[in-house]
Design a protein around this ligand. Structure first.
Ligand code: GLN
Length: 494
C-alpha cells in the first residue's frame, strides 16, 4: 500500500485512467503515510474528510477524458486561503482564521479534480529560508547526512511542501516563491520546483508577502509532474490585476527532451567566492549534460547580480510592511487581551507584538524604515532602480539569443536546523543569492535535482527562462533531468 504514495502524478493519472487504481485507495495511502510522519512536522492541518470526499467525487468522474489531476492527492501550503479550513500563513496572528473563500489557484486545482490532504507548514508569512520561523515549529528534512541523525532543514519558506513531497506523503504540493521559496527548498530535498513568470498564476487568495514578487508554483517529484500541475494552476484571473491575460500552452506536450540548437547561458557572476567545490562541479556537470544533449553553451554576464540581494531585502520588506499592516487585531485572527485603560493604539501594539514572530517583526521594521519619508529615495527608490537594471541584464542576454540560463540553485546543501537561525539573519539571507534575481526580473525559474554531495544530500541546479516561455524552460529542465538521472530517495527513519 505504502508504495502507492511513491507514484508520480503522471503515473497515478495513467493508472487511474486505465482503471487500475482509485483515488480513494491512493488518498487513503497518503493519509496513512501522513499520520506516520508527524516527526517531519509537514502537515499542520490535516483534512482527511475533505480528502476522502474529493477522492470519491474524483472516482465517480474517472475516465480517459478526466483532467490530469483528477483524484491526485496534494498538499497545500498554509499561505493559500482554503475555504473553511485554517489558513494561517504559519503565524500566530492568524490563529483560528478560516477563510470564507478559496484562493484562485486552489479553486483551479480542485476544479481539475485534485484532492486536498491538508495544509503544509512553512516559514511565517513566507519569510525565511529554513522553515524555522513557523508558529508550528520547524519542519524536518527527510534527508540525513550519512548516518548522522542531526535534523536538517528542508529549506524555506515552502519547507513543509518540500519535505512532504520528498517523503512521499503526497504526490505534489503547492508552493509560493517571493525570493526563492519554491526553488531553494526543492533543491534541499531533491525534488523539482518551478516559479513561473510573474503574472502566470493568480495571487488572489494567497496571503500577500511582497506583492510585486510573489508567485505560486508547483513542487513535484519530477519535471513532467511540474508541467501537469503548473498547467492547472495557471491562467488569467480578473480578481488579480497582475495576472496576465495570455494563453496557457500545453506544458506537458512541450516535454520532448529535444534541446538541440538551444542556447544556454552560463553567467559568470554566479561563480561566488567561497562556493563549495561540489557546487562548482555540479554546475560544470550540468553544463556538460546540456551540451551533450545538443545545446550550445555560451558564457554570459549579468553585471548587476551582486546588487540583487540587497535590493531584494529592501523591496520585499517594504512591501511586506505595507501588506502586513492589515493584521491589526480587528479584522483577522488574534487579538491581544487588553488591560483596563488600553486604547486602540495599545490594542494594535500588543496584538502585533504577540502575533508576529521575530523575523516578521524585523522585516516590518526594515520595511517601515526604508519607506519612511527621509529614507524613501535613499533606499526604496534606489532598490527599485537596481531592480530595473537587473531586469535589463536579463533582457540583454535574451535579446542576444540565449534561451535559458543555468546556475546552481543554492550555495550549499541543506544545513542543520539551528545552525544558521536567529544568530545571523544576513547569513540566512545569503541562501537566496541565486534565486532572488529571478523574482526581481519577474522571470520563470526551475530547480531540478541533479546530484548528491559527499554526505549524501541532494543538490539542485536552477534554469532560468524567458518570460512566458515556461514550456520551453520545462523542456530544457526535462532534458537535464533525464541526463542527470537523479533517482535517490531519503531512507525512511520517521
Ligand atoms: N528566503 C527569502 C526570504 O526570506 C524568500 C522567501 C520567499 O520566497 N517567500 O524572503
Amino acid at each position: 500500500m505504502s508504495e502507492l504514495t511513491k507514484l508520480t502524478i503522471a503515473a497515478a493519472r495513467d493508472a487511474m485512467r486505465k482503471g487500475e487504481l482509485t483515488s480513494a485507495e491512493l488518498t487513503g495511502a497518503c493519509l496513512k503515510a501522513i499520520d506516520g510522519a508527524d516527526a517531519l512536522n509537514t502537515f499542520v492541518h490535516k483534512t482527511p474528510e475533505i480528502a476522502m470526499h474529493q477522492a470519491a467525487a474524483a472516482d465517480a468522474r474517472r475516465g480517459a477524458d478526466a483532467p490530469s489531476l483528477n483524484g491526485i492527492p496534494l498538499g497545500i501550503k498554509d499561505l493559500f486561503c482554503t475555504k473553511g479550513v485554517p489558513s494561517q500563513a504559519a503565524s500566530n496572528i492568524l490563529e483560528g482564521f478560516k477563510p470564507e473563500y478559496e484562493s484562485t489557484v486552489t479553486t483551479q486545482l480542485f476544479a481539475d479534480g485534485a484532492v486536498m490532504l491538508g495544509k503544509l507548514n512553512m516559514d511565517e508569512f513566507a519569510m525565511g529560508s529554513s522553515n524555522e520561523t513557523s508558529c508550528y515549529g520547524d519542519v524536518v528534512n527527510p534527508w540525513r547526512r550519512g548516518n548522522d541523525d542531526t535534523a536538517l532543514t528542508p529549506g524555506g519558506s515552502s519547507g513543509g511542501s518540500a519535505s512532504a513531497v520528498a517523503a512521499d506523503l503526497c504526490l505534489g504540493a503547492t508552493g509560493t516563491d517571493t525570493g526563492g521559496s519554491i526553488r531553494q527548498p526543492a533543491a534541499f530535498v531533491g525534488i523539482t520546483g518551478i516559479k513561473p513568470t510573474y503574472g502566470r498564476c493568480s495571487r488572489w487568495g494567497i496571503v500577500a508577502f511582497a506583492s510585486s514578487l510573489d508567485q505560486a508554483g508547483p513542487m513535484t517529484k519530477d519535471v513532467r509532474d511540474a508541467a501537469i500541475m503548473l498547467q492547472a494552476m495557471s491562467g488569467h484571473d480578473p480578481k488579480d490585476s497582475t495576472s496576465a491575460d495570455i494563453p496557457v500552452p500545453d506544458f506537458e506536450a512541450a516535454l520532448t527532451g529535444d534541446i538541440r540548437g538551444k542556447t544556454i547561458g552560463i553567467p559568470k557572476e554566479y561563480r561566488m567566492d567561497g562556493m563549495p567545490a561540489e557546487i562548482e562541479k555540479l554546475w560544470a556537470d550540468g553544463t556538460a549534460m546540456l551540451k551533450a544533449a545538443g545545446a550550445k553553451i555560451v558564457d554570459i554576464s549579468l553585471p548587476h547580480t551582486k546588487y540583487a540581494l540587497p535590493a531584494y531585502y529592501v523591496i520585499a520588506p517594504a512591501e511586506a510592511s505595507s501588506n502586513l499592516a492589515r493584521y491589526d487585531g480587528v479584522r483577522f485572527g488574534h487579538r491581544a487581551k487588553l488591560s483596563h485603560g488600553d486604547g486602540i493604539t495599545e490594542m494594535y501594539e500588543k496584538t502585533r507584538a504577540e502575533g508576529f514572530g521575530h523575523e516578521v517583526q524585523r522585516r516590518v521594521m526594515i520595511g517601515t524604515y526604508v519607506l519612511s519619508a527621509g529614507f524613501y529615495d535613499a533606499y526604496y527608490n534606489r532598490a527599485r532602480r537596481v531592480r530595473a537594471l537587473i531586469k535589463r541584464d536579463f533582457d540583454n542576454v535574451f535579446a542576444e539569443g540565449v534561451d535559458a540560463i543555468l546556475t546552481p540553485a543554492t550555495p550549499s546543501a541543506a544545513f542543520g536546523l539551528g545552525e544558521m537561525a536567529e544568530a545571523d539573519p544576513i547569513q540566512m539571507y545569503l541562501n537566496d543569492v541565486f534565486t532572488v534575481t529571478v523574482n526581481l526580473a519577474g522571470l520563470p525559474g526551475i530547480a531540478v535535482p541533479t546530484g548528491l554531495d559527499a554526505q549524501g544530500l541532494p543538490l539542485g541546479l536552477q534554469l532560468i527562462g524567458r518570460p512566458w516561455e515556461e514550456a520551453d524552460l520545462l523542456n530544457v529542465a526535462y532534458s537535464l533531468e533525464r541526463a542527470a538521472g537523479f533517482v535517490a530517495k531519503p531512507t525512511q527513519w520517521w
